[in-house]
Write a protein that binds this ligand. Structure first.
Ligand SMILES: Nc1ncnc2c1ncn2[C@@H]1O[C@H](COP(=O)(O)OP(=O)(O)OP(=O)(O)O)[C@@H](O)[C@H]1O
Ligand SMILES: [Mg+2]
Length: 139
């Protein structure tokens, strides 16, 4: 077994902390810098969504990140217990955003999908959201 769980408050400062923490966790397996960079980018998008959309910047919200490395594959789950997503398929579409007025471009899920090998999103309105991503650590 090789797992990591981190729980933090939904503070903007924790976006860079979680991005670096998951990057450091994956780096123990000596993947290329490009793979680590892809993972950090995807984690950053998922955590930003939890803070901005899930908890609407309320730092009382708790973000849980679960990671596992098994057979050369990193699995990362970013969970919030925030407002949730009514239509996940629509939310995952390129350029879809509910915060256009805040200069969001609606490309977070697009980035997570293209930088990782697999992306799954589980969400219920009023319950929260879990983003599960996988990345092979070796080519
Ligand atoms: N954790 C979440 N909780 C609630 N809603 C979410 C969550 N993550 C995403 N969403 C919804 O899905 C939409 C699309 O997310 P995505 O990250 O692709 O774009 P964005 O965050 O709006 O813009 P960008 O990521 O480009 O700044 C969001 O506008 C929001 O409505
Ligand atoms: Mg986003």
């Amino acid at each position: 077994m090789d797992t990591l769980t981190i729980k933090v408050n939904a503070l903007e400062a924790n976006e860079s902390f979680l991005r670096s923490a998951v990057g450091a966790y994956a780096s123990r397996m000596n993947p290329t810098l490009e793979i680590v960079s892809d993972i950090k980018t995807a984690v950053s998008e998922a955590v930003t969504n939890a803070i901005v959309h899930g908890y609407r910047m309320d730092p009382k919200g708790i973000i849980t990140v679960n990671c596992e490395i098994a057979e050369g594959m990193l699995t990362v789950e970013v969970n919030d217990s925030g407002e949730g997503i009514a239509d996940v398929e629509e939310a995952m579409r390129d350029f879809f955003t509910t915060k256009a007025h805040e200069e969001r471009s609606g490309l977070g899920f697009t980035i997570m999908k293209s930088f990782m090998d697999k992306l799954e999103v589980y969400s219920e309105p009023g319950e929260g959201t879990t983003v599960k991503m996988e990345k092979k650590l070796y080519a």
